[in-house]
Ligand binder design. Structure first.
Ligand SMILES: [Zn+2]
Length: 574
């Protein structure tokens, strides 16, 4: 670790040495055990949770005696048992939760780490079942009729979420007046006095389990196109009423477009639920949480809402639906690859605008992402803060918006650039090659967590000859420039069209690229503007800061008004 800049607490940098990173020593540690199945029993009593989770796990290394588990710091583990012919009591290591009013109001206190201690070392490869009992207060938060779990990934003890897939069976006991929606499908629900007992199950291995809980109304529908069953849960007491039909339509439309572009949905049933939080959404396997701002008519349809809020409420549902493919079906290897989830989801939201509101809105979406990428805060422009592969490390006090702008906006833009390069205008399905690439990616990486290199390998299987700008048959140049690099070109053109008579036209002038390093390769698309229609005419390959002269005669069906470059935001440019 090195530190320089004595002002503002210094400027810190920590990195693995290059040879270690190449050897793989700079990568995240390997898990000790693989959790295969979770049986989670949860009882809600006010804001208190009583729980018992049985984990079926297989040790991946020999000799484990102490097994770390993640569990929310407000949940105290009171017992752990190794299930056997004769159950064996296990030791528990957990920092004691601080009591008193300070602990109640602060997020400090015991951390999320606990560990189970076995009397004998576990044997690699032989499965065991461990039952863990726990309870805690202040685990749920929210107002009456609408709650959420404060610890979204550790409300049950687990060996790691997102990278370790497992099957789940969840039993919930909660007050009869409320409703609970969990991941997977509901297999049973019955009332027992004032309580509801509901059993949910996922036989498909999933990356994480979650649920939403509150007083909801449900709308159910089966989509004829995809065969998917949708359940939309909203809170009818919402200000101005809930946009129930709009929410249902958003979910169905997103699944149709994603099925065509990316492949079948990973689940047969999808629940969309309103959550307490008003300014962010979240995606769980087969379960989407929508922010209240997107569900409430009072906000989403208000003429007083800012353009940013309007875009957010319009696109957040599509973005979260897209995570069923990007994040849950196909994961991501490390924080360096998170654009494969967030960027791909953001791309999908843009694509949805094309199919619901037309190509102009798709184009306008990328213009707004471009502004976001180039936005300069007080200190440093987002795109200059660092490369996309630095992930959330880009977010510092000096570059507060950079991480989001790179992972979401630039990540999505990169997918859009691939789409535009692969597009075959005039064909019955101009996106055929792009769709084939995305289907290839989902079918090869379903249930796994690819890296950026893995996606590049898939993209190279589908690249067109025109995309081979470096002439080496790879997309090394593209991924180096756009994902591991920070350059963004300025493109300009002096191209003009001259009518030569007899339906022939001369197109001449220069196409230029500036503000990039030597060897920065760009395929600059050229468009003809016919007034009522803008049509792609061709493309010119540029390398580094350069200006290329073009001069040619072409037969055209009618007279173009002007010649444009990069008219559909095909290339991210200043
Ligand atoms: Zn997201």
């Amino acid at each position: 670790m090195i530190s320089f800049d004595r002002r503002d607490s210094g400027f810190w940098y920590l990195s693995a040495r290059a040879p270690e990173a190449v050897e793989g020593r700079g990568k995240p540690g390997q898990p000790l055990a693989d959790a295969e199945h979770y049986e989670i029993e949860t009882t809600f009593d006010g804001r208190e949770i009583l729980g018992r989770t049985t984990i079926t796990l297989t040790p991946l290394v020999d000799g484990i005696r102490v097994l770390p588990v993640n569990i929310f710091r407000k949940l105290t583990v009171h017992s752990a048992v190794l299930e056997d012919d004769r159950p064996i009591e296990l030791g528990v290591i957990q920092e004691e939760l601080e009591q008193g009013w300070v602990a109640q109001w602060s997020d400090e206190g015991a951390d999320a780490d606990a560990a189970i201690v076995f009397p004998e070392p576990l044997v690699r490869g032989s499965s065991v079942r461990v039952r863990i009992g726990y309870e805690g207060r202040d685990v749920l938060e929210g107002r009456s009729g609408s709650y959420s779990v404060r610890a979204r990934e550790s409300w049950y003890p687990n060996l790691g979420t997102f990278s370790d897939l497992a099957t789940y069976e969840m039993t919930f006991r909660f007050p009869r007046r409320d409703q609970l929606v969990a991941v997977g499908t509901q297999v049973r629900e019955e009332t027992d006095g004032n309580q509801t007992v509901a059993v949910w199950r996922s036989d498909t291995p999933i990356r994480v389990a979650g649920f939403n809980y509150g007083r909801f109304e449900r709308l159910s529908r089966t989509d004829e196109d995809t065969g998917l069953e949708f359940n939309v849960y909203t809170n009818p007491r919402e200000l101005g009423g809930a946009r129930v039909e709009d929410t249902m339509a958003d979910a169905q439309n997103a699944s149709r477009v994603a099925t065509v572009f990316f492949g079948p949905a990973p689940y047969t049933q999808l629940s969309v639920t309103q959550q307490v939080e008003w300014n962010f959404g979240q995606s769980w396997p087969s379960l989407v949480f929508l922010p209240t701002s997107a569900v409430s008519s009072a906000i989403a349809l208000s003429p007083d809402a800012s353009p940013g809020l309007r875009e957010f409420t319009k696109t957040v549902g599509w973005h979260e639906m897209a995570h069923q493919w990007w994040g849950h079906l196909v994961g991501w290897a490390s924080y360096r690859d998170q654009w494969l989830s967030e960027g791909f989801a953001e791309f999908t939201a843009g694509l949805m605008l094309e199919f619901t509101e037309g190509p102009e809105e798709y184009d306008a979406f990328w213009d707004r992402r471009r502004s976001e990428i180039l936005d300069r805060g007080r200190y440093v422009a987002n795109h200059e803060a660092g490369a996309m592969t630095q992930g959330f490390r880009l977010g510092t006090r000096r570059s507060a918006g950079a991480a989001r702008a790179m992972i979401y906006a630039k990540g999505g833009y990169v997918v859009h650039m691939l789409r535009m390069m692969m597009r075959a205008d005039g064909q019955p399905n101009p996106d055929e090659a792009f769709q084939a690439m995305m289907h290839d990616f989902t079918s090869n990486w379903a249930g796994r967590s690819p890296s950026t290199d893995d996606f590049q390998a898939v993209a190279e299987r589908h690249m067109s000859p025109a995309m081979d700008l470096a002439g080496d048959g790879t997309l090394d140049y593209f991924f180096e420039q756009w994902i591991r690099g920070t350059d963004i070109p300025t493109l300009s053109s002096t191209l003009e069209v001259t009518d030569l008579g007899d339906g022939r036209y001369r197109i001449s002038g220069n196409v230029s690229q500036e503000d990039v390093s030597e060897g920065f390769r760009t395929l600059v698309p050229i468009y003809l503007d016919f007034g009522d229609n803008v049509v792609k005419f061709g493309a010119v390959a540029l390398s580094g800061p350069t200006s290329q002269a073009l001069n040619g005669q072409f037969p055209l069906p009618r007279s173009p008004r002007r010649v444009l470059v990069n008219a559909m935001h095909d290339v991210l440019a200043r």
